[in-house]
Design a protein around this ligand. Structure first.
Ligand code: ASP
Length: 354
């Protein structure tokens, strides 16, 4: 190389370096996977309660937030477009496959998933258990449809991308960014049917908070998740059936028998108090246990834990106590556990670990 060639190479190196020094580092590459929900919902006017979920596509969601390009290089994919009341094992398996494939690529730094609020606590916990990467996976949603006056979706998407592009979000499991809060997947639940401030992480608190993309983190996940998890759905086409039975005073015990007769491999009870239920319901669960059905006692109460052998003799019944997991998240965990074991002692150990 002659002296002019050397000067040219040096000039390019200096210019490239000065771009980085000038505060223009490589932007994170974030993929937005859209699944529907109110965030993609539409109504005839901006001020009405009635609307249809999953009407707007991923390109429109991204187009509504031009500021995203300041945070990251963005691409989008439509995985589904449903109200999350219709979220299913099929979509979960599709999403799991897409998330794990994308995160295995060096060209993807993080993922944002847009979703309905109704079952986001289930999808996020499912992904928290089967994603095989420490890269950020951030879910977001909205309580107001895209067409509403003061729609909350666009800022939630902005904040979700800001967290997904943040190196500090790595290794914290699947996160849900909504209404300026950062929740961990485990333990978050929807508490209001219509309020914008609906999500609460009652037992362990928020994972962090964000304000126009300025993120703060308060804690790390307290249970095993993502890359350290033993669960995988690779090659699995169907997940075992698990039914949730809501317990009330005078509950009809034949609901439990019906679940067993219809092929449930697991039952989660949304019990009263500390996972309690009527004597008749306990007898129905004994019949279920005799058929080899795994029974997890959770609670319809919105905070606190369900402990082993408190008012129900789990050791004698062969039942499992859900600890802090609510019925919906207990169902998710039990479906995955049943791909490995139906031994109640091992199931309890999984509930204690995940
Ligand atoms: N039903 C809607 C859904 O879960 C509610 C929402 O997204 O806020 O898709």
């Amino acid at each position: 190389m002659n002296v002019f060639g050397k000067i040219l190479v040096l000039t390019i190196v200096i210019l490239t370096g000065s771009a980085a020094l000038a505060g223009e580092p490589m932007k994170a590459k974030i993929v937005i996977l859209a699944t529907g929900g109110t965030i993609a919902g539409a109504a005839a006017t901006g001020v009405q309660a009635g609307y249809t979920s999953g009407e707007v596509g991923v390109e429109t969601l991204i187009g509504a937030v031009p500021q995203l390009s300041e945070l990251a290089d963005i691409s989008g994919e439509q995985v589904a477009n449903v109200g999350s009341q219709d979220m299913s094992d099929e979509v979960w398996l599709l999403l799991a496959d897409r998330v794990n494939t994308l995160l295995a690529s060096k060209d993807v730094d993080g993922i944002v998933i847009t979703h309905g609020t109704d079952t986001i606590e289930e999808t996020s916990y499912f992904l928290n258990l089967i994603v095989n990467s420490d890269k950020p996976v951030v879910m977001t949603a909205a309580m107001r449809p895209a067409t509403a006056l003061s729609a909350d979706g666009p800022l939630n998407i902005f904040n979700a991308v800001a967290v997904a592009a943040d190196a500090e979000a790595k290794g914290r499991g699947v996160l849900i960014v909504i209404n300026d809060d950062i929740h961990g997947a485990r333990g978050m639940t929807k508490t209001s049917t219509t309020d914008v401030q609906t999500f609460v992480s009652a037992e362990r608190g928020l994972m962090g908070a964000t304000l126009y993309g300025e993120n703060r983190y308060y804690r790390s996940p307290y249970r095993t998740h993502t890359s350290a998890s033993e669960f995988s759905v690779e090659g699995i086409k169907v997940l075992p059936r698990v039914d949730v039975i809501y317990i009330s005073a005078g509950v009809s015990p034949d609901l439990i028998d019906a679940a067993v007769d219809n092929g449930a491999k697991g039952i989660v009870t949304a019990g009263v108090g500390n996972g309690n239920m009527t004597g008749d319901a306990l007898q129905a669960l004994e019949r279920a246990r005799a058929e080899g059905v795994v029974v997890v006692r959770s609670t319809r109460v919105t905070s606190g834990t369900v402990g082993r052998n408190v008012e129900t003799d789990d050791d004698a019944m062969g039942t499992v106590a859900s600890g802090e997991l609510n019925p919906a998240q207990s169902r998710v965990l039990l479906k995955l556990i049943l791909t490995k074991t139906d031994d109640p002692a091992k199931v309890q150990a999984y509930f204690n670990k995940y």
